[in-house]
Design a protein around this ligand. Structure first.
Ligand code: SF4
Length: 180
């Protein structure tokens, strides 16, 4: 057997910093469940022992927007609640993501009425919609996996916006002192 060179003995791999950061982000989602109705109860099943969303690295539920990067809107959103939901979203640090769980959050559901928001995309940028009334825990886990794929590819509205800002900063004209 051919003896290994010193380099071959060390288990190393190469990657790009962007890919590595996205890989860590996708496996460490901290959700804030904004449960307003029955979908909130269904979400409890997702984090329970049977479905165990911790298998996908998304179980560290926080009820503070300052500690969360994944907003899961689970339930009906009324017009009065809309500014509160927007404020919570704005309080979350960047980058952040949004899952719209169930037809009520995604389209108003069967509430075709003036007091219900007819889809939270009018308030927030939504990354993934989960269909159903209520969506099954499998569907929610499927949405988390889909979101993780998008995060890994840097293909969410938040990541695209941050990349655009970073590119603009890098190409901004600098003075002789290096100050923009
Ligand atoms: S989508 Fe169905 S289960 Fe979810 S909040 Fe609306 S009525 Fe309840």
């Amino acid at each position: 057997m051919k003896p290994l060179s010193p380099l071959e003995e060390v288990p190393i791999f190469t990657t790009q910093i962007k890919a590595f950061v996205n890989w860590t982000r996708k496996h460490a989602l901290w959700p804030l469940p904004f449960g307003t109705a029955c979908c909130g109860i269904e979400y409890m099943a997702v984090v329970g022992a049977h479905y165990d969303v911790s298998r996908f690295g998304a179980e560290v539920v926080r009820f503070s927007p300052r500690q969360s990067d994944l907003l899961i809107v689970a339930g009906t959103i009324t017009e009065k609640m809309a500014p509160v939901l927007r404020q919570i979203y704005e309080q979350m640090p960047d980058p952040k993501w949004v899952i719209s769980m169930g037809v009520c959050a995604s389209s108003g559901g069967f509430y075709r009425a003036y007091h219900t928001v007819q889809g939270i995309q009018s308030i927030l940028p939504v990354d993934i919609y989960v269909p159903g009334c209520p969506p099954t825990p499998e569907a929610v886990i499927g949405a988390i996996i889909k979101l993780q794929q998008k995060i890994q590819n840097g293909d969410t509205p938040q990541q695209r916006l941050l990349a655009k800002r970073q590119a603009a900063q890098e190409t901004a004209p600098k003075t002789a002192d290096g100050i923009e």
